[in-house]
Unconditional design. Sequence first.
Length: 143
Amino acid sequence: MVFGNLTRDPELRALPSGVNVCNFSVATNRVYRDRDGKKQEQADFHNIVVFGRQADVVAQYLKKGRSVFIEGRMQTRSWEKDGQKQYRTEIIADRVQFGPSGSGGATGGGNKRPPTSDDETEASGRSGIDYPKDEINPDDIPF
């Protein structure tokens, strides 16, 4: 599991099999105190790979700077380039959840905010929750 911010826009491609694949990287930040008690900051960068329909959604809605929560497995690939063995460790995402978009963000949410209970009360003209008048018998509950 990784929670961080995209360091670049996702890149969408299609494999020869026709399956879409999306690549992007995420930075995770860590703040800690060293032995001397000084505050230190460290950033780690993770390469993320997403396949299928989820790759299409990621490419469409995520942009650089947006926060994201990734669940997946780590995989290291290797190949040879110019006689040298190259390695790349990636997170193959099983699940991608979008984080808050911030001010405007990639979704263009801008100044919209989710409705609150005060908004619902004003809209309905009532105060509080409208509970049923009948008593509920615990024996009637099927679980």
